[in-house]
Design a protein around this ligand. Structure first.
Ligand code: WQD
Length: 344
């Protein structure tokens, strides 16, 4: 049977590549749209090693509308688009706001224009729990209030969600979801794909594994004087493979709908873990003492956030299956594979 084509923007990136694997496993044909500004050219081959199928690649910037229209038209019937392509470093976004607004907002606008031009109905948008800021009530649900974003990055996610909703209101037959990720971590158990932060990692888990492998001298824990049981911040860490599977579930949810829709889903585990809990769990998995010190708080950090995932469970028929231990084990195996293959 002919596989349905799904355009995956940013499909050579961290979450995008894991999602391409799960789309192939579910019988779809993902087509990667990526300009490789924040991903590696060898990723499509790695997806082939895992699944036996190498996704075709359109090497373009999502904001290059005219070239994009020509390239995607040539692909024939596209069943849906999953839009990952975006810059996502909170700190960097405060230093380079115009790059973030242009890349993240213009790209999403261009993709929505493409959908209108080619009558593509199904759209899955990669959003973030960042839109909630510091929630007043936990766990946070999809109806929790949206707080003023703490960074240009978070603001671009809020703007893009509004963009999609306005487009949906203007167009009867768009079927779209915004997926609000909590903290994606881990790697594919094959250690063939995983997180490849460019330069010094912003995020906790890659910083932990790079410290453990000797790439970084020491992990700084940004503050242990917060109002939490052990004083360190709490997050909802979700295995990237579980997260990838949620995108297959989301597309299926859209395909089953006979009418236009726009909906929002939290993608997390529903539980929170502190920074120290993550570090201690890693030390047990890696059977080593991690070199870390307690430093000052990081500006913009929220204290505690974790998801209410009942809506995703009930409507997407999806829930996480993998644990923090699974994610840290897979992250550590991936880091060790990078050292063996001498990939930086
Ligand atoms: C987690 C905790 C840090 C590094 C990120 C993205 C955001 C969204 C969710 C995609 C915090 C602490 C970190 C370090 C530390 N992702 N930490 N030392 O800030 O929750 O948000 O994931 O949409 O866009 O930015 O994740 O991993 O940076 O931090 O102590 O070297 O780890 O203070 O408490 P964050 P993070």
């Amino acid at each position: 049977m002919k596989r349905k084509k799904i355009l995956v923007t940013g499909g050579a990136g961290y979450i995008g590549s894991h999602t391409c694997v799960e789309f192939i496993n579910a019988g779809y044909e993902p087509i990667i749209l990526d300009n490789f500004s924040n991903s590696k050219e060898f990723i499509p081959e790695r997806i082939q090693e895992i699944t036996g199928t190498k996704p075709r690649v359109i090497d373009l910037d999502c904001a290059a509308y005219e070239s994009l229209l020509e390239a995607v038209k040539a692909e024939g019937n596209i069943n849906g688009i999953v839009h990952f392509a975006a810059f996502k470093a909170v700190g960097e976004s405060t230093r380079k706001p115009l790059d973030y607004y242009y890349n993240n907002v213009a790209s999403t606008t261009s993709i929505l224009k493409l959908m209108e031009a080619l009558a593509i109905d199904n759209f899955v948008f990669s959003s973030s729990c960042t839109v909630y800021g510091q929630p007043d009530v936990l766990p946070v649900t999809e109806d929790s209030p949206i707080k003023a974003a703490e960074s240009p990055y978070g603001r671009t996610k809020q703007i893009c969600e509004d963009l999609i909703q306005d487009f949906y209101k203007a167009k009867e037959d768009l079927k779209a979801v915004s997926l609000r990720y909590f903290n994606p971590i881990g790697a594919h158990p094959s250690s063939l794909i995983g997180e490849l932060p460019l330069g010094v990692p912003n995020n906790l888990v890659p910083y932990i594994t790079q410290t453990a492998i000797g790439l970084r001298q020491n992990l700084t824990i940004f503050g242990d004087d917060y109002d939490t049981p052990d004083g360190t911040c709490i997050r909802d860490y979700i295995h990237v493979v579980d997260l990838a599977k949620a995108h297959v579930a989301a597309l299926s949810y859209l395909e089953k709908s006979n009418n236009g829709l726009y909906d929002i889903f939290n993608l997390g585990t529903g539980t929170g873990n502190s920074v120290l809990e993550v570090v201690n769990t890693f030390e047990k998995i890696a059977q080593m003492k991690l070199n870390y010190t307690i430093g000052p708080r990081r500006q913009g950090d929220i204290v505690k956030v974790f998801a209410d995932v009942s809506k995703s469970k009930n409507l997407l028929n999806w829930e996480t299956k993998l644990s923090l231990i699974d994610a840290l084990r897979d992250a550590w195996n991936w880091e060790k594979s990078l050292k063996t293959a001498d990939i930086s």
